[in-house]
Design a protein. Structure first.
Lengths: 216, 216
DNA sequence: TAGATTGTTAATCGATTAACAATC
DNA sequence: TAGATTGTTAATCGATTAACAATC
């Protein structure tokens, strides 16, 4: 491991899960060895960039040989800290919240989903996977007792502000934010990943439109 | 409108929906006028960057005054082409697919959802919102008849490759891709927006971990 | 040894920030 | 007019690409 692991550019960090995905494919396909050239062909990124990226964390490769698939896979998993068990709660058990709770393999990505909350009394007690939905009124007590550090926000925009402030005060350090509200720039000592689905959809609309223009 | 609308950097494009969101808030709050300074405070971006971004598309502001909220909102909507009605189909009516179909307001973002498909015969005919799920076997005929240009992919990874190839041949020009498979670098004449939820979750794991390290 | 491919430095490119004249 | 804030150019910063010596 190199000492330059100190500060890594956000751009590099965002590419790590991608590498991880490609390596998982290769691992499943039984490949033992790969190279920046091969990863480049798979990803569309330049070989140069891939080598540069991987080298931020240390020399995982070998001149003349390339990279060992399994070793590189494990190293990236370690860098991403996927063996963590960050205690996680999810707020908002609507369609999206349920889909996220069921669809994501939290355990294999460094998280442990320990509670689901919703403000709708009618759904309290229902199971999502093997986790019961609790009423939002029990949130504070639950947090004081179980000390989750991560919250997944799948609530409507209007709730997001007070809710995130409350969760912050209850010790939540990381937010996976599906709401339209931007938490990030309020607090400096937390980690936020925004998933702005409608931003993404609007971006697609823009792109499609420009595609048409280029053709004509 | 300025002539520099020709080519806009992807970074700028990604920020447009964000501006649009802030402006919508302001509009709802009844604000008439804003400035790059105010938008900066709201977003955490620099005022300079905001002015730079908006200026790619023309001078929407006025020296000494700032921007008219409604005008700027409309302009950005126009730039994003949100009044389009791109005919859209969604493939994969599992939890995620249903959530996306129900949760997203396609109509207000430049799209018109006209069909939902799933390979599971058992769910054929079920309604998601007001749209019935069709069996995947009818996909080709449906496309030939209705000519959708956009596909939302909510299928497992293993289906994604053949499916996207098939859709491409059927004339689909834009993909909103929720699968783990990367379509983008296969074809050059299409638009793709990838929503890699698990990449995002892994990135959060990395960030949380580094947060801990900085504290100690 | 010859061939391959890394690790790493230097060059290029693009995006952000700062500064300020123009002007409402 | 004086104050404010844009539009725009120039300076800085960061990220990507190219090149190549090191070495397996």
């Amino acid at each position: 491991m190199k000492n330059c692991e100190q500060h890594i550019s956000p751009q590099v960090v965002k590419r790590l899960p991608r590498y991880y995905r490609y390596l998982e494919d290769m691992l499943e396909a039984g490949l033992v060895r790969t190279s920046s050239k091969e990863l480049s062909a798979k990803s569309g990124l330049t070989a140069s960039q891939i080598r540069q990226d991987l080298n931020c964390f240390g020399g995982f490769g070998q001149q003349g040989y390339g990279y060992n698939v399994e070793q590189l896979y494990n190293e990236i998993g370690r860098i991403l800290a996927l063996d963590n068990k960050n205690k996680t709660i999810l707020i908002g058990a609507g369609n999206l919240g349920r889909a996220v709770a069921l669809h994501m393999d939290f355990d294999r990505k460094g998280f442990k989903l320990i509670g689901i909350f919703d403000k709708n009394e009618a759904v309290s007690g229902q199971l999502v996977g093997h986790i019961p939905i609790r009423h939002i009124s029990g949130l504070d007590d639950f947090c004081l007792e179980n000390k989750p550090t991560i919250a997944v926000l799948c609530v409507p925009k209007d709730n997001a502000k007070e809710l995130s402030a409350n969760l912050y005060n209850l010790g939540v350090k990381g937010f996976w934010n599906f709401t339209h509200y931007d938490i990030a720039n309020k607090y400096s000592d937390i980690a936020v990943e925004n998933v702005h689905l409608s931003d993404s959809l609007m971006t697609l609309c823009y792109k499609i439109n420009r595609l048409d223009e280029v053709e004509t």
